[in-house]
Design a protein around this ligand. Structure first.
Ligand code: HEM
Length: 137
């Protein structure tokens, strides 16, 4: 198994991850039912996001904190919840997907970045720093 080396590797990682997400009973409803994600628009943004994170290539412009806090509000308005457990689970699924496909320094960095970003988002949304400090992944 090789490390994440190219843009195509990022596409493969992101596509594989979201193929799992849409079918997943825990994460799927947020994407399919609440956000009703426009995949042809969302996936290229996620390729760009991970290109910026992994290859330090400028390109991604967006505000994930605002997007996820709007998502939380929308979910609550529709009788769902967006909880810490969703973020914890998202990180596990993303890290497992990286492990399934790649090994190396960039793969490790992708896993660490997912964790840090998930932690950042939950601190913003739930003031949940302690939870993730304890988790230490
Ligand atoms: C834990 C780490 C997570 C990371 C790193 C992450 C990252 C991102 C990023 C970068 C975006 C794109 C924002 C943009 O378009 O500029 C996004 C959008 C989104 N995320 Fe997350 N996310 C995480 C967790 C979650 C969770 C737990 C859920 C729901 C269960 C979720 C649901 C969504 C949805 C629905 C969108 C909007 C998609 C759209 O309408 O195009 N995310 N996320």
């Amino acid at each position: 198994m090789a490390d994440i080396e190219t843009y195509d590797d990022i596409v493969k990682l992101v596509d594989t991850f979201y193929q799992k997400v849409v079918k997943d009973p825990t994460l799927g409803p947020a994407f399919n039912d609440v956000a009703q994600v426009d995949w042809p628009n969302h996936l290229p943004r996620m390729y760009q996001f991970w290109e910026t994170v992994i290859f330090s290539k400028p390109g991604y412009k967006g505000n994930p904190a605002v997007i996820h806090s709007q998502l939380r509000d929308k979910m609550e308005a529709q009788g769902h919840q967006l909880t810490l457990a969703h973020f914890d689970y998202w990180i596990d699924l993303f890290q497992a997907t990286v492990d399934e496909l790649f090994v190396g320094k960039r793969a490790d960095q992708a896993k660490r970045s997912a964790y840090q970003m998930g932690r950042g988002l939950t601190v913003h949304l739930y003031d949940a720093n302690n939870f993730f400090v304890l988790r230490q992944k």
